[in-house]
Write a protein that binds this ligand. Structure first.
Ligand SMILES: Nc1ncnc2c1ncn2[C@@H]1O[C@H](COP(=O)(O)OP(=O)(O)OP(=O)(O)O)[C@@H](O)[C@H]1O
Length: 911
């Protein structure tokens, strides 16, 4: 780092240098961040930070002097490339404190040769508080999420969670409540980049696991951040309002989470307040509940391998803007339950399907439209540059064009599109016109580079610029005059940052100038050249310099004025940006429907699930891309045979590789697509709203939590059997395969019975236990289905067609043969199989069906409960209701416990 033009020099002794003292002080105040300590053209990192960063970034670790007698490890990144390094560190989950020089080193020198340049941390960069274009993924939201928990008032200890999440790059701000059961699903839906939570909460095993599972960088903060007693005031203060009533009503956990996240933002932005929308209550209950395991299994936004490519999102994404892509992802993450809202979205897609010319024109315009929401956020945070202003200008221009393009000729415009258009109409178009006039076409990235205001916008600026251009001409003329006068054709007038303007002539010909020192003042002698100035040249120079300074001041002034005007119209700009995103998503889903043959599903409040000729969107596209065989469409009907009844279960048996998993998944994906407001890959679809989607497909062990594959499978199955209801859709693939055959079969058997008798959900169950097909004789809503295969010369041919009935064999050995198992192993397997089959023929497992009283387990407890349940609350319940734990002293609490025990004894004696 020898290029460093810093006044400080490396210390040679064991004293703490003033610079190191300053470093240590700043680092101590920011212990959990890597400190980027500005030194001239570099950000330097010292001590452990240097070791971490050099490893993470692959940059050389060096030493800089000594601290308390020890070498100081150091590494540095050049300021101009700092963004790239920041991006890497943030991606690895680090936080960075950026510490700048707050004065010119020359100023510090004036205070004495030992004095240190004043420095201060101007920003904490954390994964969830990024706003820079280069550090963000344009198609994904970057959520910072706050999580807090308030204990419920009851003795049962039920707790309520508050969630608040903000995308600082766009200003969106949502809050919701959650509970133990849905917390994991809610976090998975938000998919935060950074999660802040009280440090004591993070110490709890279950919460820590959930937090880690969310994939977010974890930022524990003191409990006080989430203090619920002052939360309302802190929110009101942030938004500069007296009361939050205008924003709606919020619960205590929601307020606490919102206040916690704002406290964190104020801390990391060091007082700058990003422009946030007022918090919106996201009714968690209004979304389809999809737990993290289901989300991962169905590969909604990422594949199991963590890739975007190959996920449902990547397959259906035809949006052309960053905002549209983010909106599509968030709709996919939270499918709706409200039939009216779902239909509103379908109407918009249908409209663009019917109006292809309009749609394509619109998409063309949107393609060129910049990301207004993110540019606005940067401008409001004082991190914006001329290009951000241009983005707003171009975005507003696009909004105007879109308005023209979507004005319907004739037919009515659906409500969703009308609302988007109305936000475009209300956009500050006059401001947009002014911005377009003000900013040059291809402005520099940074304001400090200047030269971004278009000519013709400001008369004073134009005048100063022409003076500057004029001066250049005058200098050229002066050079020609001197050259002519002195007869030196090689004489040049040049400029550099140290000398400013100067006359340069080869040393060999400098005599003519040195001979007249009163006129040609010597400035510098170089190898082979000499430099001079004259009063004339110096005058001209100061004129040029002051014109430059003045024009820069005017440009900055204009920039600040325009930026302030943009911020003042921030809400309208944000609304317009959102309007463009809605149009982009609707048009993109219409384009998808047209290209891939998707249809509008009928979604209502029934319990129907009738899909005709359905395809798996991702597998279908992959098959198409590979140019191989085409996808075989299949029907599914899980609806009740009578309206108002409960859903059916399909038990699907069939050979390996036949397409069972694909069929299961495609039906789940179609439910998600339909309820997020998209069309679906089928010939027709009728779906009664699915409130919870559960899928147990495939398995992965969770070694970090000490759970084997089978344990994970059972935990997930338990969650389904405990939570699924009659509006849920359940997909179970090969339950029980991870253990001994009979254990597995028994678990699968009992699981189906429970689903049928207790959960009453619509369900698809794929299995290799053919014995289970016998259950259809006893369970009236269970039907058997199988996947057709043909046998040809001892091999299997997969037809991928689902038909009623049961499979008789798994063809596992044939599939193993296809996979290249050694011939000897294949032959031996066949021999073992025929032995086993012979045994089974003598004592088939199907016989169980006649021997087991199937429903006993489910019907009995219910009947008993009905018989013994007293009318009204029991004595124990009444005693419980009378207790407020917050009011009790420990002594009173103990007394209360004795009373409860006594009441319980009395009631059991009665019965
Ligand atoms: N309907 C279909 N049309 C065309 N190809 C299909 C269809 N369904 C599945 N396939 C192809 O067959 C392959 C195997 O499908 P899938 O994994 O669903 O089989 P499976 O019956 O679940 O197998 P296993 O019992 O071994 O888990 C898929 O990768 C896909 O390429």
């Amino acid at each position: 780092m020898s290029q460093n033009p810093m006044p400080e020099t490396a210390p040679a002794d064991t004293r703490v240098t003033p610079m190191m003292a300053q470093y240590v002080e700043i680092k101590t105040a920011n212990p959990d961040s890597l400190l980027f300590y500005r030194m001239g053209d570099f950000y330097e990192l010292f001590f452990e930070d240097a070791e971490i960063a050099s490893r993470a970034l692959g940059i050389t670790l060096t030493k800089r002097g000594k601290h308390l007698g020890e070498d100081i490890p150091m590494c540095g990144v050049p300021v101009h490339a700092a963004d790239d390094y920041l991006q890497k560190l943030i991606a690895l989950g680090h936080r960075v404190a950026v510490c700048e020089q707050m004065e010119d080193p020359a100023e510090a020198k004036k205070r004495g040769s030992k004095s240190v340049v004043r420095r201060d941390v101007i920003r904490l960069v954390t994964p969830g508080t990024l706003t820079e274009e280069r550090l963000l993924d344009s198609g994904a939201n970057n959520f910072l999420c706050g999580l807090t928990r308030l204990r419920g008032g009851s003795l049962t200890g039920d707790s309520v969670y508050g969630l608040a999440w903000i995308d600082m790059s766009t200003g969106s701000f949502q809050v919701s409540e959650s509970d133990d059961q849905r917390l994991a699903a809610d976090l998975a839906q938000i998919s935060p980049r950074e999660l802040i939570l009280p440090d004591n909460l993070l110490q709890e095993n279950e919460i820590r696991h959930l937090a880690q599972q969310s994939g977010a960088a974890l930022s524990p903060v003191p409990r006080a951040f989430f203090d619920s007693s002052t939360a309302t005031d802190r929110l009101a203060h942030y938004f500069g309002v007296k009361t939050l009533d205008g924003f709606g009503t919020f619960s205590r956990p929601e307020l606490s989470a919102a206040a916690g996240i704002l406290a964190y933002i104020e801390k990391t932005q060091l007082g700058e307040r990003p422009p946030l929308d007022p918090p919106v209550r996201e009714a968690g209950a209004g979304r389809m509940l999809i737990d993290p395991a289901t989300r991962a299994n169905l590969e909604l936004t990422r594949t199991l391998g963590g890739e975007k490519q190959g996920s449902l999102l990547a397959t259906i994404d035809r949006t052309v803007t960053g905002g549209g892509s983010r909106l599509l992802a968030s709709r996919l993450a939270g499918p709706l339950l409200n039939v009216g809202e779902i239909n509103r979205r379908h109407d918009a897609v249908e409209f663009f399907l019917d109006n292809e010319i309009m749609r394509e024109g619109l998409r063309q315009t949107l393609k060129g439209a910049p990301d207004m929401a993110r540019a606005l956020s940067r401008i409001a945070l004082q991190r914006g540059g001329p290009r951000d202003i241009l983005s707003i200008a171009l975005g507003l221009e696009a909004a105007k064009r879109v308005l023209d393009q979507t004005s319907a000729s004739g037919g009515a415009i659906p409500a969703e599109i009308e609302a988007a258009r109305s936000s475009l109409e209300k956009a500050p178009h006059a401001l947009g016109d002014e911005l377009s006039r003000a900013i040059k076409e291809d402005p520099p990235l940074l304001k400090r580079d200047g030269g971004f205001i278009a000519s013709g916008y400001d008369a004073n600026l134009d005048e100063l610029r022409s003076l500057r251009d004029e001066s250049r001409k005058v200098i050229a003329k002066l050079q020609a005059d001197y050259a002519e006068e002195l007869g030196l054709r090689s004489l040049k007038i040049k400029h550099n940052n140290v000398l400013g303007w100067f006359i340069e002539t080869p040393s060999a010909q400098a005599e003519k100038l040195t001979a007249d020192p009163g006129r040609f003042i010597h400035r510098q002698t170089m190898a082979g050249a000499m430099r001079f100035t004259t009063t004339e040249l110096a005058d001209l120079e100061s004129k040029i310099a002051s014109a430059g300074e003045r024009s820069q001041a005017i440009e900055f002034e204009i920039f600040d004025r325009l930026a302030a005007a943009i911020v003042a119209s921030g809400d309208a700009i944000k609304a317009a940006a959102y309007g463009l995103s809605i149009l982009d998503v609707s048009a993109a889903l219409a384009k998808l429907a047209q290209e891939d043959g998707y249809v509008r599903p009928l979604v209502d409040d029934s319990r129907a699930f009738e899909i005709k000729a359905a395809r798996h969107p991702v597998v279908e596209q992959a098959l198409k891309a590979s140019g191989g065989q085409s996808f075989v469409a299949n029907d599914a009907d899980l609806g009740p045979e009578t309206q108002g009844g409960t859903g059916r279960i399909w038990l699907i048996t069939g050979p390996n590789m036949a397409g069972k998993s694909t069929f299961l998944r495609q039906n789940a994906l179609i439910a998600v697509l339909a309820q997020m407001g998209a069309f679906v890959p089928a010939a027709s679809a009728h779906i009664g709203v699915v409130d919870r989607l559960f899928s147990r497909v495939g398995a992965a062990d969770d070694l970090a939590r000490g759970r084997s594959t089978f344990m994970v499978e059972m935990v997930e199955t338990a969650a389904i059997l405990n939570q699924a209801g009659d509006r849920s859709l359940v997909i179970l693939d090969e339950i029980g395969r991870g253990t001994a055959t009979f254990d597995g079969l028994s678990i699968a058997w009992a699981t189906i019975e429970h689903l049928h008798e207790v959960n009453k959900s619509r369900a698809l169950f794929a299995t290799h236990y053919h014995e289970l097909t016998a259950l259809s004789q006893k369970l009236d809503r269970l039907s058997n289905a199988t996947v057709l295969v043909k046998e040809w010369k001892g091999d299997v041919v997969f037809l991928h067609e689902i038909v009623p009935g049961a499979a008789d064999r798994s063809y596992g050995i044939q599939v193993a043969k296809l996979a290249g198992l050694p011939a000897s192993v294949v032959e031996r397997s066949k021999a073992v199989l025929s032995q086993l089959e012979e045994q089974d023929r003598r004592s088939p497992a199907e016989a169980l069906i006649d021997e087991l009283p199937l429903f006993a387990a489910f019907t009995q407890p219910k009947a008993q409960a009905g018989a013994t349940k007293p009318q009204g609350p029991s004595a124990v319940e009444e005693a419980l209701d009378g207790i407020d734990p917050d009011d009790l002293t420990p002594r009173e609490a103990l007394d209360a416990l004795y009373k409860l025990k006594a009441a319980r004894k009395a009631s059991s004696a009665e019965t």
